[in-house]
Design a protein around this ligand. Structure first.
Ligand code: NAD
Ligand code: IPM
Ligand code: MN
Length: 359
């Protein structure tokens, strides 16, 4: 079966790690006899913005909407284009227009990686952040008034809808059902945010009635971040609003050694629109151009894309290859500096692609 994949590298290290993601897909395609048709997309980048005065052409929905999946790197070059312009002009448009309301972000301590948390070994950190991805704190409702005067005021509303909350909760509960520990944690802040967050809690309790076998707890986001560090072994599936999920999904991977390995799937579970697969990290302007970016977040995102497209074995083979290469350690594998090695992006990508091919 053939799949049409849009390849959208974006900016900065997105451009460096993307070829390694594609290389992994090609290796998996060879081994599992799959057929990918890649379409290279040059928009959704700050280069495009500087040439055209906008992040994307007007027909971007038509050009991407019919794809089977979007494979995305990272966007943002804040020295050249303000972040809210580049991100609201690209990634955040994709998530909304293609109704990718689940952002699924695994946090797993891999063999061979040392956690910055003392005494933690693989198995101690293995959970998913399920982030609401289309509404919540990321709303465009609000405005700026009396600009430039002493009365200047800025307002941005949080928008939560019953449908929006329930559909992401359902996804999270269903995921918890497939996990050995059958556990779901909700991130809240209903002590301080007195309208939207109590409503979020209410919907969690309501949804929990349909899942009597899942044990449910909740933490306010402040202590939850502390518990990620102190007790990462408590967590299995963590469901959160858009902003809380964003924060937790950098903190979780940091607890697993480096955000450079963390993948994500922006999913439209009904399949009405293409889903988007991208590393959790950004364009890392601080290391861009040095060829040392860790490509594993991009490659693991390729694995999530394979699984989403129904190629479960191929997805597992990619994750398995990543694990084997990491387990070899920096003396035997060209791991990148964030993993304690001296390898380059392409050396690590090639090694993982070889491991995918050989199985
Ligand atoms: P960042 O994730 O780009 O970088 C944070 C830190 O992590 C940096 O020190 C960077 O060098 C390091 N890092 C990130 N990825 C790495 C990798 N693969 N290997 C090794 N080290 C890695 O976050 P930031 O600095 O807050 O943002 C930089 C730009 O990226 C901004 O424009 C921001 O808006 C954008 N951004 C984009 C996305 C996205 O496109 N999905 C996500 C986050 C940030
Ligand atoms: C992420 C990123 C984005 C987000 C930014 C770049 C808009 O941090 O994908 O986690 O906040 O969702
Ligand atoms: Mn983020």
């Amino acid at each position: 079966m053939s799949h049409n994949i849009a390849v959208i590298p974006g900016d900065g290290i997105g451009v460096e790690v993307m070829p390694e993601g594609v290389r992994a897909l090609e290796a998996a395609a060879r081994r599992f006899d799959l057929d990918f048709k890649f379409t290279d997309i040059d928009f959704a980048s700050c280069d495009y913005f500087e040439r055209h005065g906008k992040m994307m052409p007007d027909d971007w929905r038509d050009r991407l909407g019919g794809m089977d999946a979007l494979f995305f790197g990272a966007v943002g070059m804040p020295e050249r284009v303000p972040d809210h312009i580049s991100l609201w002009g690209s990634l955040l448009q994709f998530r909304r227009a293609f109704d990718q309301y689940v952002n699924l972000r695994p946090c797993r301590l891999m063999p061979g990686i040392k956690s910055p948390l003392a005494g933690r070994a693989p198995g101690d950190i293995d959970f998913y952040v399920v982030r609401e991805n289309t509404e919540g704190e990321y709303s465009s409702v609000g405005g700026r008034m009396f600009e430039g005067t002493d009365r200047e005021v800025v307002i941005q509303d949080t928008v939560m809808t019953r449908t929006g909350i329930d559909r992401v909760l359902k996804f999270a509960f269903e995921l918890a059902k497939t996990r050995p520990r059958q556990k779901l944690t909700s991130a809240t802040k209903s002590n301080g945010i007195s309208i939207t967050m109590p409503y979020w809690d209410e919907r969690v309790l309501e949804m929990a009635k349909s899942y009597p076998d899942i044990s449910v707890d909740k933490f306010h986001i402040d202590i939850l971040t502390a518990n990620f560090v102190l007790h990462p072994d408590w967590f299995d599936v963590v469901v959160a609003s858009n902003l809380f999920g964003d924060i937790l999904s950098d903190l979780g991977p940091a607890c697993t050694g480096t955000i450079g390995v963390a993948p994500s799937a922006n999913i439209n579970p009904e399949g009405h629109f293409p889903s988007l697969f991208e590393p959790v990290h950004g364009s890392a302007p601080d290391i861009f151009g040095r060829g040392i970016a860790n490509p594993i977040g991009q490659i693991w995102s390729a694995a999530m894309m394979l699984e989403h497209l129904g190629h479960i074995d191929a997805g597992k083979a990619v994750v398995d290859a990543i694990e084997r290469v990491l387990a070899a350690g920096p003396s035997d594998a060209p791991l990148t500096p964030d993993l304690g090695g001296r390898g380059t992006t392409s050396e690590l990508g090639e090694t993982i692609a070889e491991a995918i091919k050989t199985g």
